[in-house]
Design a protein around this ligand. Structure first.
Ligand SMILES: Nc1nc2c(ncn2[C@@H]2O[C@H](COP(=O)(O)OP(=O)(O)OP(=O)(O)O)[C@@H](O)[C@H]2O)c(=O)[nH]1
Ligand SMILES: [Mg+2]
Length: 457
């Protein structure tokens, strides 16, 4: 069967995470789903023939080889095409834990199902036209969301917040192409159906609408991925202590020795629902030993990709030229955090823009998180009701291509290039929009989208 990726095989996976839990969900999808489930219930292939759709039935499951009972489970049939994947689906809710769900999956495989690849259920839903590609992406985002605002954005996308806008734009581009064809077909008529400058104005309008969508991309990507917030500073400046305080648990090792942290340590936190990916890094200094130097290298790499940097410096200690030089060399916004304020007696107010904190007393922590939120998510905070619609580089890149082509089309018309030639731009814009929806999608795009899914989704 090598290379034969038939859509007609039946796949199985545990949809809930492995491990202890009251209930586990096992999903079968494909033409053999009902037959396999029937055999598992010890009633043969057409056991589910009279079953009402989407209604749970409590049944005993048996090992197909030995006949030994496996579990009592709730079995539900979702007949295609009105199921998640569009195929027949059977969901089996078994008891959770380490053995029962795995044994039931194994039994399904014995009965002819194939273990599903990551994201394969959603991939089938997409291939069967139940979801467009932006919705499939949203399913992964919804599951991965670690902060409420990330969830809101993913849910909005699942409800076609982006997909329907792209579909509309595509319709408009198609409409434009149709107008152009009329124009090409009747070039010499006194009354050409629609004058070229009207077509050019419509094109400019579409390009402007794409730009509006693109304007939401920075916020959308940040909300989806979390703002990468790197804690940097000299050794012993209190980075790991601040990291732990923000995360709310002792994740990073803290000692009074300089050079404690070596690897970068990451944790996602939610500040008022906004996701931040905090990264604790090795203290920056020259003359460090081999392992510490490697850590410092890693720190620099994170600093390059940071959305925001928290530069930690002990309160009451003056900043040297090295600190200033370092701060000036950074390409991302920086907040200077004055740490350990509890150790200095009345240090006076911190300089402009510096944030005094103490993890011992908790002073300044609340204000710091508010500042982080406002710095990164100011636009989103202000436009409370508007959910950003573009959330991935894939979508933004293709939208930019589409906008570029539409503008190219307008320019071509303006410079008197024959309409037939200019229309090639419209075709390219249409392709870019279709690729966002997955109407056309090269295999490697699909692989990339579904690779990030967990098994059973
Ligand atoms: N009193 C007081 N001590 C603090 C505070 N924050 C950190 N410390 C102490 O400062 C020392 C260094 O703290 P760390 O958090 O390990 O500092 P670091 O910047 O991560 O250090 P490296 O990983 O070595 O670069 C520890 O002994 C902490 O207990 C604070 O707010 N108040
Ligand atoms: Mg540290």
């Amino acid at each position: 069967m090598d290379g034969h990726r038939s859509l007609v095989d039946t796949i199985v996976a545990q949809a809930t995470p492995p491990g202890l839990g009251a209930v586990a969900l096992i999903r079968l999808s494909g033409p053999g789903a009902a037959g396999i489930a029937g055999a598992l219930m010890g009633c043969g292939g057409d056991a589910m023939a009279g079953w009402a759709p989407r209604q749970g039935h409590l049944r005993c499951l048996h090992d197909p080889r030995s006949g030994e009972p496996l579990d009592r489970a709730l079995v539900t049939l979702f007949p295609g095409p009105s199921s998640y994947t569009g195929e027949d689906i059977v969901e089996i809710s078994t008891h959770g834990g380490h053995t029962i769900p795995a044994t039931v999956v194994e039994a399904c495989v014995t009965l002819g199902a194939r273990p599903a690849r990551s994201g394969e259920f959603t991939q089938r839903a997409y291939l069967n036209g139940k979801l467009d590609l932006t919705q499939a992406e949203a399913v992964a985002d919804l599951v991965a969301a670690r902060a409420p605002r990330a969830r809101t954005v993913a849910l909005h996308q699942l409800e076609r917040g982006l997909g329907s806008r792209i579909a509309e734009l595509r319709e408009q581009v198609l409409g434009l192409a149709a107008l152009l064809i009329q124009h090409i077909d009747f070039p010499d008529e006194d009354e050409a159906p629609v004058p070229l400058d009207r077509i050019a104005a419509d094109a400019a309008d579409i390009a402007a609408r794409i730009d509006l969508l693109l304007a939401t991309a920075p916020a959308g990507e940040l909300l989806r991925e979390g703002a990468v917030t790197v804690l940097a500073g000299r050794p012993n400046s209190g980075k790991s202590s601040l990291f732990n305080a923000l995360v709310g648990m002792e994740r990073a090792i803290v000692t009074e020795e300089a050079g404690t942290t070596r690897d970068a340590i990451e944790a996602v936190i939610s500040v008022d629902g906004f996701p931040f990916r905090l990264v604790d890094t090795a203290g920056l200094r020259s003359g460090a030993g081999r392992v510490e130097s490697l850590g410092i290298e890693i720190a620099h790499r994170y600093l390059e990709g940071a959305d925001l940097i928290l530069y930690c410096h002990e309160a009451g200690k003056a900043m040297g030229d090295r600190d200033t030089e370092f701060l000036e060399s950074l390409g991302s916004p920086v907040v200077v955090v004055r740490t350990k304020t509890d150790l200095v007696a009345e240090s006076g107010p911190a300089s402009d823009g510096e944030m005094p904190v103490s993890v011992k007393t908790g002073e300044g922590l609340e204000r710091l998180t508010q500042v982080l939120r406002d710095l990164v998510f100011r636009d989103v905070v202000e436009s409370r009701d508007e959910v950003p619609v573009v959330t991935r580089r894939r979508q933004a890149g293709l939208l930019r291509d589409a906008a570029g082509e539409i503008k190219g089309f307008g320019d071509a018309l303006a410079s008197g290039i024959p309409a037939e030639v200019a229309s090639a731009h419209l075709k390219s814009a249409e392709s870019a929009l279709e690729e966002i929806l997955g109407v056309i999608a090269p295999d490697e795009v699909l692989d990339r989208v579904f690779r990030d899914f967990c098994i059973g989704k």
